[in-house]
Design a protein around this ligand. Structure first.
Ligand code: 5GP
Ligand code: ZN
Length: 139
């Protein structure tokens, strides 16, 4: 339910201050303390799940529905030109707080951090792509 060593659990409990933009029985949505852009927000489920592997399907579906609602609201209020949803799982994927969270990152034409999510392409042969595709089809 709660992890006493988790900073987001402490924020949810009100033990650490945050700028809250939305709250209901399942979620708290706060402004990121180190924003990538104006209005960068984090959807936090109130229950402690470390990552995508642990969160329940029900809570994930609710988080997605809330993301949709907030994306429209933020775009209209902030007058941004686009928005990224980002969700990191595991240190290698860039996760630094191990309490599931969904980033909402408003994007503005000409913004400072325009290369925020840019990556270079990796090369795979057609055979490798076929093999990867075959493996992933088993879901
Ligand atoms: P991650 O890298 O795990 O996907 O994202 C963690 C995010 O949480 C980072 O963008 C970081 O700036 C934000 N963050 C870490 N500690 C705090 C905090 O105490 N308060 C708030 N509002 N954001 C935090
Ligand atoms: Zn937590």
């Amino acid at each position: 339910m709660r992890d006493d060593n988790c900073i987001f659990c402490k924020i949810i409990a009100g033990e650490i201050p945050s700028r809250t933009i939305y709250e209901d029985e399942d979620f708290k949505v706060i402004l990121d303390a180190n924003p990538a852009s104006k209005g960068h927000a984090l959807i936090l489920p109130k229950e402690h799940f470390a990552n995508i592997y642990e969160i329940s399907e029900e809570m994930l579906a609710k988080a997605a529905a809330l993301a949709k609602k907030l994306a429209s609201h933020m775009t209209s209020v902030l007058d941004c030109d686009g928005l990224n949803l980002l969700q990191n799982n595991g240190e290698v994927a860039g996760q630094t707080v191990f309490h599931f969270h969904l980033h909402l990152i408003p994007r503005y034409t000409g913004m400072k951090n325009k290369d925020l999510l840019n990556w270079t392409h990796e090369e795979f042969t057609a055979e490798e792509q076929d093999e990867i595709c075959q493996k992933l089809k088993s879901c």
